[in-house]
Design a protein around this ligand. Structure first.
Ligand code: PEP
Length: 244
């Protein structure tokens, strides 16, 4: 199974979403295709988009509060996301870490809240360009994983997305070889932290219809987290169909 998850970030209007959904509905995916689609949608459109949920389409949020309830103006709890029937939630995206002060401790708390509410967390990790240049990638990923996953319920499924910060929104994807090597490393780390089993690890960072087939061909890559190219239904479908 390959997961193709779009992250719309703070983009799209209601009208654009209607057109996107129409195009997606029209496209006939081959029966029994081994692909699971997902869209991480801005909060205000989540309820509307939940109509798109199906056995091959997950709808989720891009963020969640690390608190349960109460006086946290502007925040949305994991319980609320579960209450409206969502499937998943991104956590620890590099934009939230860099721009909104989201520390590993907060990421860990958010992960816990998602698990408590039976939502599938998609944990984003990745190194900056400076860390990459200094050869610190594995140390950075290892530290993020051990802090973000500390004390979580090992029996529950999580998805990890390897997203090198230098590849996000830059048009400069990591090479297929680097992705393979890094995801292999991440799976070994997950074996140590969560126990030996099948782990789901996606790649994210400038995935587009021109490079998706090469990236997704590798068995170790369980799918892609797609930002910019997920805003256009045709490009999103092209990426998904490069799986079969
Ligand atoms: C992302 O922000 O998760 C992402 C992968 O963005 P892009 O595909 O635009 O690089």
């Amino acid at each position: 199974m390959k997961y193709i998850i779009g992250n719309w970030k703070m983009n799209m209007t209601a009208g654009e979403i209607v057109n996107f959904s129409k195009a997606l509905r029209k496209y006939k995916f081959p029966k029994h295709s081994d692909v699971m689609l997902g869209l991480a949608v801005p909060y205000v459109y989540l309820l509307g988009m939940s109509k798109m949920q199906s056995s091959m389409m997950m709808i989720g949020a891009q963020n969640v509060s690390n608190h349960d309830k109460g006086a946290y103006t502007g925040e949305i709890s994991a319980n609320m996301l579960a209450d409206v029937g969502l499937d998943f939630c991104l956590v620890g995206h590099s934009e939230r870490r860099a721009m909104f002060g989201e520390t590993d401790e907060i990421v860990n708390q958010k992960l816990e809240k998602l698990q408590e509410n039976e939502l599938l967390p998609i944990l984003c990790i990745g190194e900056t360009l400076e860390q990459y240049d200094k050869g610190q990638t594995k140390a950075v990923l290892s530290a993020q994983l051990s802090k973000d996953l500390e004390g979580i319920d090992k029996s529950k499924q999580i998805i990890v997305a390897y997203e090198p910060v230098w590849a996000i929104g830059t048009g400069k994807s990591a090479s297929a070889d680097l992705i393979k090597e890094t995801i292999t490393f991440i799976k070994q780390e997950l074996d140590k932290i969560l126990g030996k089993r099948e782990h789901i690890v996606l790649y994210g960072g400038s995935v587009n219809p021109a490079n998706s087939a090469e990236i997704l061909r590798n068995e170790i890559v369980d799918g892609a987290l797609v930002g910019g190219a997920s805003l256009d239904a045709d490009r999103f479908i092209q990426i998904a169909s490069s799986v079969f």
